[in-house]
Design a protein around this ligand. Structure first.
Ligand code: SF4
Ligand code: SF4
Length: 91
């Protein structure tokens, strides 16, 4: 089973507000953008043309890797509100 097939077994309940955020000005100056490489669910996407970071928080697996990987300590990470977020059982 490949990673896409595994992710298809995971169910998400989208919260009304993002549980992840990052200061745009800091991201703009960030050279490495580790968050866009480390996330197993492709939550972070940097658009070079628009100079814009998209955070697809509804796909977050709540692994915490992005918070550790961001060398600027720029990611504010909270658990989603109760009942929201990822469900690992019964996809
Ligand atoms: S690694 Fe941190 S500072 Fe850099 S783009 Fe990602 S969130 Fe922004
Ligand atoms: S917690 Fe994990 S899955 Fe969620 S955005 Fe960060 S790296 Fe991606």
């Amino acid at each position: 089973m490949n990673i896409n097939e595994r992710l298809a077994l995971v169910k998400f309940k989208k919260g009304k507000e993002s549980h992840l955020s990052a200061d745009h000005d800091v991201c703009m100056r960030c050279e490495k953008k580790y968050c866009t490489f480390i996330c197993p669910a492709d939550v972070y996407e940097w658009n070079e043309e628009k100079c814009l970071m998209t955070i697809r928080y509804e796909n977050c697996l709540e692994c915490g890797a992005c918070k550790i990987a961001c060398d600027k300590k720029n990611i504010v990470w909270n658990y989603p509100n109760a009942g929201d977020g990822v469900k690992y059982k019964n996809g």
